[in-house]
Ligand binder design. Structure first.
Ligand SMILES: O=P(O)(O)OC[C@@H](O)[C@@H](O)c1c[nH]c2ccccc12
Length: 267
């Protein structure tokens, strides 16, 4: 089955909407609840779900995502379990699912085996945070053979030449990191974000999504006025953690996510 990402972005473009990409960790705030949460978040308006496979050596993760990843590891969540959660989510939703994890973990799992198992589980793409495009050929070949998109990260510190290489290697979308440092909610979007997006656009027609610090509808609207989508991570992860035992959780999650989704619509 080919990746659902290209079709999703094309459909949103036709509707003049940005994509809402929502990040959560496989196995947090609970293992059994992950498939239901993916479906709930999709139903509430997320166009793409980015699912973190927890690993012990976080690279760009800020404190909230790190703590979430650690809680999932403490619950015994493994890569095969994470893929099984994708499989279970697929019984409930067709939302595109992009796996976010460390290349190191995929390397140990086996590139070909991971691509095959991820595709069979129903995943559409992968973001491997520590995989530079220069070393990505073996993974990309395996991923492509199984219909898995490979999303690379462009950082504000990337040179123009590097931006072109990263953007050209990305399939599905390009992940534009809004600012240097780690993930986590911030007050303002950085002032130099438009230039960074322009540089990526100059290099590729692949959709561009912006993440790091997007945490309210105003941020989502600002980002979607410039880019093809906005990624919300820490804000959602923290909310799910805090509301794990709240009997009104589903309604609260629906409110939160639909508020972000409404902000992706351009007028
Ligand atoms: O948490 P934020 O600031 O909303 O940003 C999204 C981010 O958490 C998510 O996309 C992500 C989680 N871990 C990562 C590691 C690298 C790049 C991106 C990520």
């Amino acid at each position: 089955m080919p990746s659902r990402l290209p079709q999703t972005f094309a459909a949103l473009k036709n509707k003049n909407e940005g994509a809402l990409v929502a990040f959560l960790t496989a196995g947090d705030p609970g293992v059994e609840s992950t498939p239901d949460l993916i479906a709930l978040i999709a139903e509430a308006g997320a166009d793409v779900v980015e699912l973190g496979i927890p690993y012990s050596d976080p690279l760009a993760d800020g404190p909230i995502i790190q703590a979430s990843s650690q809680r999932a590891l403490d619950r015994g969540v493994t890569p095969p379990m994470s893929l099984d959660l994708v499989r279970q989510a697929r019984e409930k939703t067709q939302v595109p699912i992009v796996l976010m994890t460390s290349y190191n973990l995929v390397w140990i799992y086996g590139l070909e085996r991971f691509a095959k198992d991820a595709a069979e589980a129903g995943a559409d793409g992968a973001i491997l945070t520590d995989l530079p495009p220069e070393e990505a050929e073996p993974w990309k070949a395996a991923a492509q053979a199984h219909g898995i998109s490979t999303v690379f990260l462009v950082a504000p510190t990337s040179t123009t030449e590097r931006i072109a290489r990263i953007a050209g290697s990305s399939t599905g979308f390009v992940y534009c990191v809004s600012r240097t440092g780690v993930t986590g909610a911030r007050k303002e979007m950085p002032a130099d974000l438009p230039q960074l997006i322009d540089q990526i656009r100059a290099a590729t027609d692949t959709p561009v999504c912006v993440g790091f610090g997007v945490s309210n509808p105003e941020h989502v609207a600002q980002v979607c006025a410039m880019a093809d989508g906005a990624v919300v991570g820490s804000k959602l992860v923290e909310f799910l953690h805090q509301n794990a035992d709240n009997p009104g959780r589903d309604a609260a999650v629906r409110d939160l996510v639909s508020g972000w989704k409404a902000a992706t619509r351009r007028f």
